[in-house]
Design a protein around this ligand. Sequence first.
Ligand SMILES: NC(=O)c1ccc[n+]([C@@H]2O[C@H](COP(=O)([O-])OP(=O)(O)OC[C@H]3O[C@@H](n4cnc5c(N)ncnc54)[C@H](OP(=O)(O)O)[C@@H]3O)[C@@H](O)[C@H]2O)c1
Length: 246
Amino acid sequence: MFIHETANMEKLTHKKVLVAGATGGIGSNTAKLLQSGGVQLYLTGRNAGKLHALADSLSVPRHRVFVLDLTDEPAVQDMASAIEADAGSLDVLVNAAGLGIIKPIDQLSSAEFMMTLQANLLAGFLLVKSFLPPMKANGKGLIINIPGVLGKVPMAGAAAYSASKYGLVGMMQSIREELKRTNVRITNIFLGGVDSPFWDEIDLRVQKDKMIRPEEAARAIWFLCQQPESGVVSEMVLQPFNHQAI
Ligand SMILES: NC(=O)c1ccc[n+]([C@@H]2O[C@H](COP(=O)([O-])OP(=O)(O)OC[C@H]3O[C@@H](n4cnc5c(N)ncnc54)[C@H](OP(=O)(O)O)[C@@H]3O)[C@@H](O)[C@H]2O)c1
């Protein structure tokens, strides 16, 4: 599939883009769309089998594929060094990694709370810390995060998840202030429920058929990757039509 870029949008061809969480529902679909637009793609995920299968299907060479846990600081730094050696600075960093533990506070352990903060907040911090310096040196770059609507409006049972996503939003807004005099831009996309493996372990009655398709979520991210350099989409909200909470 090839989707033509729209006039006045940034051309994706040869742009260097890292998709973190490329093994996930949103990340894998984003990677497919970006590849079809001629992007020089870098992929990371934890599940080696899934990641390599995706990379092979998209003809992404192995030296641009990184199996790692994004909460492992040295591993993230090593990946950033390898990508910098291969590409210089990234044009776009898409952080599509994360996890959801949704349960009432009396069933939520402190280990689950910390695991959520690490995957959804610390990983975002480590990615920005590692990839920002070359972006600043290069005088441009775009960082796209996916806090989800639970990073804007809380839901019962989402104490850990909302803490991590509100934290991600606050952290990114603060970093955005630091970057005011640079051309490095930050976009947060607030997605409502997306029908992805994210929900597989969550003990909640959800209507998956009413959710956003992962392909549609990916298309929104693909669109954001092309935003013209003259401005920035600071926030985008995309929700299932009949679940409009904000
Ligand atoms: N699905 C939704 O309804 C929804 C709505 C709003 C926002 N979001 C956010 O969108 C992002 C992607 O979600 P998704 O729906 O695509 O979920 P998903 O299908 O479950 O994918 C999650 C991805 O995150 C990766 N990941 C998790 N923890 C990691 C860690 N410690 N280190 C490295 N990678 C890690 C997974 O890697 P492996 O599979 O290789 O382990 C996988 O690639 C998440 O941040 C999620 O919070 C999702």
